[in-house]
Write a protein that binds this ligand. Structure first.
Ligand SMILES: *Cc1c(COP(=O)(O)O)cnc(C)c1O
Length: 378
């Protein structure tokens, strides 16, 4: 009998979430609006110190609406981190625009502020400063916003923060999700809190969030009949799922603590192994521990990343390569997206591995991961 699968980042639920979910059900607010949606938005905005929030059906939908609010459309080029999940770059194409794929820095694995600044300055010299940039708070670690803000302010470029993976992290004492002019969270099943599927758009600008709610509910003009002057979307979050999200949010601190404890455990357990390096924790903030990621130098370690991953897989343990950079993805190659740098993220993809990191990960499973990784050396 194979052992039960150990997942990378499975959902983790508590009784309070069941209670809130049943409350939503029993109230008959089984709709993409209702008191739990309003409360979830309020509670999240308060926690992150942002004035306004719209709960949506996904982080991807939130990215799409944010780009529409910023007026991004055909002919626009939007610099994004190439080392990310595809949704970041996909959302740009939904608007008819093209992502410009900017490399990561080895210091934090997030977008390289120097390369990004160079890209913005070059575009500005051509009279075409981008309308927005999308830094990604990768694996729960914020991008380096101070230098990004400086160059963006100089050229009137909006910052859209993709904080899908980073709820609970901070940058210079302020929460992920409060760094951009607009910010996006995800509550997908594998994220640090989940609504099974869902997302949120946050901003201090009320007009933007009001407009996002309007677009997300099919862009219905104020009229007794159904009237539309704009193309709308069906992107609102269900009241049932918002109830679940409110419950999950209450234990965010415990979730962060559990994931960071896994990271500390893995670091201590591999400290003596040559060729194993963890994703650096940048000095400018606190990460949320979403996924513990490391790189395997095959010459020094005695096995490559794939050998380690397959050894774990053989024991029914899920581990995954670090995100495959967008500039290596066939779809963005075919679109002819420009690439700025690329070698750092290529190397991280080549050598990087994400280990089981869920807040419900059992100590004995974590110990097995360590044992198997150690034994995978030749
Ligand atoms: C998960 C994720 C998204 C997409 O969020 P969904 O809620 O799954 O649509 C976007 N960007 C990044 C970096 C993500 O990890």
């Amino acid at each position: 009998m194979p052992r039960p699968r150990v997942y990378l980042s499975p959902p983790h639920t508590f009784p309070i979430e069941r209670e809130l979910l049943l409350d939503a059900f029993d109230s008959n607010w089984v709709a993409p609006l209702g008191p739990h949606v309003d409360a979830f938005e309020r509670e999240m905005a308060e926690r992150l110190g942002v004035a306004h929030a719209a709960a949506l059906s996904s982080g991807t939908g939130a990215l799409h609406l944010a780009l529409l609010l910023l007026g991004v459309g055909p002919g626009d080029e939007i610099p994004v981190s190439t080392l990310t999940f595809s949704a970041t770059a996909n959302a740009v194409t939904y608007c008819g625009a093209r992502p410009v794929l900017v490399d990561a820095t080895a210091a934090s694995w997030t977008i390289d502020p120097a390369l990004l600044a160079q890209e913005i300055e070059d575009a500005a010299r051509r009279g075409r400063a981008p309308k927005a940039v999308i830094p990604v708070d990768l694996y729960g670690q914020c991008a380096d916003y101070e230098p990004i803000r400086q160059v963006c302010a100089r050229h009137g470029v909006a910052i859209l923060e993709d904080a899908a993976e980073a709820l609970g992290a901070t940058y210079r004492g302020r929460p992920a999700g409060s760094q951009g002019d607009l910010a996006v969270l995800s509550f997908n099943g594998n994220k640090i809190i989940t609504t099974s599927g869902g997302g949120m758009l946050l901003s201090d600008r009320k007009d933007w969030i009001d407009r996002a709610r309007f677009l997300a509910t099919q862009a219905r003009d104020p009229a007794p009949h159904y009237q539309h002057s704009t193309i709308g979307y069906n992107y609102r979050m269900s009241n049932l799922l918002a109830a679940l999200g409110r419950g999950q949010l209450r234990s965010l601190a415990e979730r962060v603590a559990a994931r960071r404890a896994h990271n500390a455990f893995y670091r201590a357990a591999f400290a003596d192994l040559p060729g194993i390096d963890f994703m650096p924790v940048a000095p400018y903030g606190e990460w949320n521990g979403w996924l513990t990621c490391l790189t395997v130098d095959p010459a020094a370690f005695g096995a490559d990343r794939e050998a380690v991953r397959l050894a774990l897989e053989a024991e029914n343990i899920e581990a995954r390569p670090v995100w495959k950079p967008m500039h290596l993805q066939p779809v963005f190659r075919e679109l002819g997206c420009r690439v700025v740098g690329g070698a750092v993220s290529e190397r991280l993809f080549d050598r990087g591995l994400c280990l089981p990191s869920g807040s419900s990960l059992a100590e004995q499973d974590r110990a097995r991961v360590v044992e198997i990784v150690r034994a995978s050396r030749r």
